[in-house]
Structures are given as C-alpha cells and as structure tokens.
Design a protein around this ligand. Structure first.
Ligand SMILES: Nc1nc2c(c(=O)[nH]1)N[C@H]1C(S)=C(S)[C@@H](COP(=O)(O)OP(=O)(O)OC[C@H]3O[C@@H](n4cnc5c(N)ncnc54)[C@H](O)[C@@H]3O)O[C@H]1N2
Ligand code: MOO
Length: 470
C-alpha cells in the first residue's frame, strides 16, 4: 500500500469532507431518540435479536456434581493401591454394588466400599469422587442388561484411579451471577441455549425501529410483478422482462429494506417517488402518519445534478437536512436531518381528545442513489445508528494481479471475497453502480485515506459480510 504525498498542486483546493466516523456519530445521535428496547422470551423467536442489556446466570451450570459417563460411582480411597495407575490387577477389583443412580435423582449419600451404577448426568453421591466407565468393568455393561441372576457385585478394571475422573463439577460451565449475555451481542442459537440452561427466560433486546424506505428518481421503476407478464425464459435462461427506455429497475428499495431489516429495523413501507419535491414530502408525511413511522431512509437525489429531489425538498418548510460529502467511496454524498410533522398538519394524527396531536420530528437518513453507495451507506452508517453489532474485522493480505489505484482523499471500500487461503481478493471494480460485484462479495476491503496505490500482498482491514457460503 503506498501513501500519497501531502503536497497539493497549487491552485487546487480539496473539497471539505466529513470523516465517516463523524457522520456515523451524527447518525447515532439522531437515532438515539427512536432507539428503544423491549423484553422478549428466550426461545427460537429470539434468534438474531441484539441484546440491550447485560444478563447474568440465575443458577450454576451444571447445577450439581454429576457423572460424565455411564459407569460406577466410587470413592477412590476405597480402590486402594491395588488398582493404581500402573493398571488394575489382572483379577480386577470386585466391589459390592451400591444403589443405581439415574439422571434426575436427588443427590444421595454414597455407601462406603461400594460401586454405585450411575448414568450420564446423574448426581454424584456425596462421598464418591470418581466414576469408572462401564466399559472398564469385567462385564463391560450393566448387570440389568445381562441374563441370569441379578448381580450383587461388580469387578472393575479402572484404567486410572485419580479422584475427579469423569466428574462434572457444579458450576464448571457457568457460575450463578456470571454475565452470560452482554449488551450488543447477537442472540445466536448457542447463546439462546446458554441462557435457557442458566434459567434465564426473558431478555431485553433492541426494539425494531419502524422505517420507511423510499427510492427517488424519475427513472426508477419497479420490475413488473404482473402475473400476466411474459415469464418464458429468454436465451440467457431468465424470464423475459421489458425495461422501458431510460428506466432503471429499483434496486435500492428492496436492497435497503433488506439491509435495514437485517440491521434490526421494521420496514413498514418500501416505495419510490419521481423527482418532484412536493410529491416526495407529501408521500413521506402520508406514510409516516399511516405507519406511525419513526425513521425515513431515502436513496438518490443528494448530489450535484439539476434534479436532486431530496436537496430540493430540503428548502421546504418542516425539512431540516444537512448535506455533506463524507470522505468515503462509495457513499460520499450524504444527507442527514429530520422531517417535521407539525401539530396543525392535516397529516398529523388526531389526538384522542379530537384535537391535533403534538408535532413529531422524524429522523431522515438521505443516502446517495448509486446502488452500491446506498447499500454501503446502510452498512456503515445506518447499522451502527440502529445499534446493530459491529462486523468482524480482520487484517488480511490482499491478492491482486496488478496494482490498484485508490483516491487518497477518501476511505475506499472495495468489494472482495475472502479466500480459503486466508487472503482476500477484490470482486469487481470500484464504481458505485456495480451492484453485481457487491452481490458476490463477502467482505469489504478498507483502503484508508492517504493511500494512492494498493499492492499485491498489502495487509488490509477486511470487514466480513454475510454471503461467504461457498
Ligand atoms: N458533479 C457531480 N456529480 C456527482 C457527484 C459529485 O460529487 N459531483 N457525486 C457522484 C456520487 S459519488 C454519487 S454516489 C452520486 C449520487 O447521486 P444521487 O444521490 O444524487 O443519486 P441519483 O443521481 O439519483 O442516482 C445516481 C445513480 O444511481 C441510480 N439510482 C438511483 N436510485 C436508484 C435505485 N433506486 N435503484 C437503482 N439505481 C438507482 C441512478 O439512476 C443514477 O444512475 O452522484 C454522483 N454524481
Ligand atoms: O460516493 Mo459515490 O457513492 O462513489 O458513487
């Protein structure tokens, strides 16, 4: 990786750019007003939710000393030296049987001098300190499984006789009071099992933020879902679908809605509007009211063109949007702010007393329109603001066929795949319209500010994304 020089050619001035970390901090502060937590049951429905508080174990796990094997509970002092680690005597060690202990039995006292048949998970009787597996008995299995008269003794040939053998101690996994789930951790199947094992039946998790996703742009159109539309596969094997001249199928609506859902939001509406500021605002006010929405996420209309609908909307009353150029690519042009639903707005919900409800201020994240820019904005800005957990980041060597230039003023997020060798390889070019490259990627490679060339073998910060399955 080679660093760019710091000298600028005279007569040029770099645009003022906001570091990504600053913009994320603004988004986190903006969404703080709508972030809540809720209590849910510990069960399969909790998978993927994010903990909003530390949680402690309600009991020791295991709850009692218990056997790790089906075998015989013994007091090792009773085995004496005859069955020392040098090996059991050829004739074995014959002992009277104690009472049989099953999993679920209450802990009892051990009868000194006996070997008590004990099952995996059953409580070790008080006074016993080891379990000899049934395979180390002369018969190799329990008396009840054998024909003939019930046995009163067992002949053991223990491989070793050290105390504690095959005993799972109370609390050896988790102690009562241990923190078993931390704030910000995802509820994975194993964490759900651990919580359940520790007697925790409900947890506080981040509540989904009701979110409206709106694509902007007069060119943006939804792919036809008309059941009467022709669906015969074309030469390339996909359904024949007509894209009107000049139009673009809406990638950002479905993509952002999916990314926001994965980040824990509840997407209540996905749609699009043309480049008309009045229509955009009327649509948003109507949707916010109808769905009692708490967050607006738009894509497009934030850069320097003549038809930047979100920028135009920002000059209307009740809209507070700041536009900034974040020092990253993709996703540089960003808008952030609020939409007011004033008390006297015809769209404001009626209060129970029939008078207008108090006005509301809805956070608004305005992402750029290029599909990779929109999705990476969601990944890098909306996810942390919604409280979604950080992705795993690794420093990996990048595998390149040739040097890759990078704009030194920007942190560049290149799409990549992690290789089984532990290297990472770029997937497609840097342009922000290349949604196919992002779709095949399972990682982002961060080329930091100040770098003008990425070289084969450079160690790069790699952000792991879902989709790594081969
Ligand atoms: N003169 C300048 N031009 C541009 C600049 C700049 O700084 N100066 N920034 C570029 C960057 S970087 C980006 S990113 C884009 C952002 O543009 P907008 O947010 O205004 O987005 P649009 O112009 O509406 O669209 C850009 C591009 O993406 C396509 N698009 C938009 N929405 C969708 C959608 N829902 N699904 C699929 N594709 C979509 C749209 O058709 C355009 O091709 O501006 C650069 N320009
Ligand atoms: O910042 Mo834009 O997202 O590169 O195309």
């Amino acid at each position: 990786m080679s660093a760019a020089g710091t000298d600028r050619p005279s007569g040029t001035s770099a645009p003022e750019r906001t570091p990504l970390s600053e913009h994320v901090a603004d988004a986190v502060a903006l969404l703080a007003a709508v972030r809540r937590s809720e209590r849910i049951r510990v069960g399969h429905e909790a998978v993927g939710r994010v903990s909003a508080a530390d949680r402690r174990a309600a009991v020791d796990v295991p709850g009692h000393d218990n056997s790790q094997m089906d075998g015989y509970a013994v007091a090792t002092a009773d085995l004496g030296e005859r069955a020392g680690t040098a090996g059991a005597p050829a004739a074995g060690l014959t002992m009277p049987l104690g009472p049989t202990i099953a999993a679920g039995d209450p802990p009892a006292d051990h009868r000194p001098g006996t070997a008590a048949p004990i099952m995996t998970g059953a409580p070790i009787p008080r006074g016993a300190d080891a379990v000899i597996p049934v395979e180390e008995s002369e018969a190799g299995r329990f008396a009840g499984e054998q024909h003939g008269a019930p046995a009163h003794t067992v002949t053991l040939r223990p491989a070793t006789t050290e105390p504690g053998r095959y005993v799972r101690r109370r609390g050896s996994d988790t102690h009562h009071g241990d923190v078993i789930l931390r704030e910000g951790q995802v509820l994975t199947p194993a964490r759900i099992a651990h919580l359940a094992a520790c007697g925790v039946t409900d947890v506080e998790v981040i509540a989904p933020v009701r979110t409206i996703v709106l694509s902007t742009g007069s060119e943006v159109t939804a792919a036809p879902a008309d059941p009467a539309a022709p669906t015969a596969p074309d030469a390339a094997g996909s359904a024949a679908t007509h894209l009107p001249d000049g139009a673009t199928f809406d990638a950002n609506g479905p993509g952002l809605a999916a990314a926001l859902t994965a980040a824990g939001a509840q997407v209540v509406h996905v749609g699009s509007v043309p480049d008309d500021a009045e229509q955009l605002l009327a649509t948003l006010r109507h949707l916010v009211t109808t769905h009692d929405a708490e967050l607006i996420v738009t894509s497009g209309g934030v850069s320097m063109g003549a038809f930047e609908v979100v920028r135009h909307a920002a000059s209307r009353s009740g809209v507070t949007l700041t536009f900034t150029s974040v020092a990253m690519q993709p996703g540089g042009p960003q808008g952030i702010g609020t939409l007011d639903l004033p008390a006297d707005s015809p769209e404001a919900p009626d209060a129970p007393d029939g008078h207008g409800a108090p006005g509301r201020r809805i956070p608004w994240l305005a992402f750029p329109g290029n599909p990779v820019s929109a999705l990476l904005s969601c990944e890098l800005i909306a996810r942390p603001a919604l409280g979604a957990p950080d992705r795993l980041r690794l420093r990996l060597p990048v595998q390149l066929d040739a040097d890759e230039p990078s704009p030194p003023a920007l942190a560049q997020y290149r799409r990549a795949r992690v290789l089984p060798s532990g290297q990472v390889r770029l997937a497609g070019g840097p342009s922000s319209h290349l949604i196919g490259g992002l779709a095949q990627a399972d990682a982002l490679v961060l080329v930091p500010v100040g770098t003008d060339t990425l070289r084969d073998g450079d160690l790069v910060e790699t952000i792991l994304l879902p989709g790594g399955e081969r």
